[in-house]
Design a protein around this ligand. Structure first.
Ligand code: NDP
Length: 296
């Protein structure tokens, strides 16, 4: 393997240490404890695991955490009522509604019901608009902001770079492209967004100094799609069957790891990089929400 591995766990820990220090300062100097409410509807095991790790991280970093578990049959009206209550709770500075939500729930309406100043997931239309405008008072979604931090903190030169983002979802691809193309320090990249209707994908990908892959197709990005020395960030998490392991499946990314690693300059392994970064950015966004609420 030629590529240097980007150590996402170490970078996430660096961000967590900064957050914990600032939380401790807020408590000591302002008697303020940032609080995060996480709402989980139903009993999807993957969602339960995510929510548990968010809870644990809040405790580790000194944040107040509130868990709201609702049955799978919760109605739209009931969920909106609960969000409205959380919008008014003074000890809660950030609200996260774990997706996916059951079919009877209109996800867009739920995200739009969260007070934008508590929208630490960055999915409220006001925060999407602020991100597009480059307004720093908004909240950038956690996974895309995590990708940006990974690049900055692993010493990748983003300014002026040719970046190809594979995927244009609301959660990952689109916001990553907005963040990296911003007229700002550590951004200013020339960004191409590719998707399932893009033609000449191999040529587009080979033009990239930095490739961010978020399409949800296991091992999609092949070595011939990567320019030698390019930086490859793999956001994908896919389950593939594997009878040789006890669980019966393995988690793999959207990148065909070994051959691409032989070609790339730097690369993120899956799992263990983007996941911890997402949680670290959620904690940091909650801290930011608490500080903004109190004018600090
Ligand atoms: P979506 O399914 O919402 O979006 C996928 C995007 O990829 C779409 O824009 C789609 O194009 C594009 N796409 C799909 N197939 C192809 C193809 N063959 N060629 C080119 N483009 C294609 O996925 P998400 O953005 O939500 O997630 C992407 C991956 O990231 C998933 O593996 C997910 O599990 C992972 N993820 C990881 C997170 C983490 O914390 N680590 C957080 C969020 C996601 P089109 O728009 O044309 O349909």
């Amino acid at each position: 393997m030629a590529a240097e591995l980007i150590d996402g766990k170490a970078i996430a820990e660096q961000i967590n240490a900064e957050t914990a220090a600032e939380v401790a300062r807020l408590k000591a100097e302002h008697q303020l404890t940032p609080g995060l409410a996480v709402v989980l509807v139903g009993d999807n095991p993957a969602s339960q695991a995510y929510v548990a790790s968010k809870d644990k991280m809040c405790t580790r970093l000194g944040l107040h955490s509130k868990r709201v578990n609702l049955p799978a049959g919760t109605s739209q009206g009931e969920l909106l009522g609960i969000i409205n209550d959380l919008n008014f709770q003074r000890t809660i500075h950030g609200i996260l509604v774990q997706s996916p939500l059951p079919n009877q729930i209109d996800e867009a309406q739920v995200f739009a019901a969260i007070d934008p100043s508590k929208d630490v997931d960055g999915f409220h239309p006001l925060n999407v608009g602020k991100l597009a405008l480059g307004d720093p008072t908004g909240f950038a979604p956690c996974t895309p902001a995590g990708v940006h931090e990974l690049l900055i903190r692993s010493g990748v030169a983003v300014e002026g770079a040719n970046v190809v983002v594979l995927g244009r979802s609301r959660i990952v691809g689109r916001p990553v492209s907005l963040i990296l193309s911003q007229k700002a320090k550590n951004a200013n990249a020339t960004v191409t967004v590719a998707h399932s209707r893009s033609r000449n994908l191999t040529a587009i990908c080979r033009s990239a100094d930095i490739l961010v892959v978020a399409i949800g197709v296991a091992r999609f990005l092949k070595a011939e799609m990567v320019r030698p020395g390019a930086v490859v960030i793999d956001v994908g998490i896919n389950r593939v069957e594997d009878s040789t392991v006890a669980k019966g499946y393995r988690l793999v990314g959207d990148v065909d790891f070994e051959p691409v690693a032989a070609m790339a300059g730097k690369i993120t392994p899956v799992p263990g990089v983007v996941g911890p970064m997402t949680i670290a950015l959620l904690m940091r966004n909650t801290l930011k929400a608490a500080k903004m609420r109190h004018g600090l």
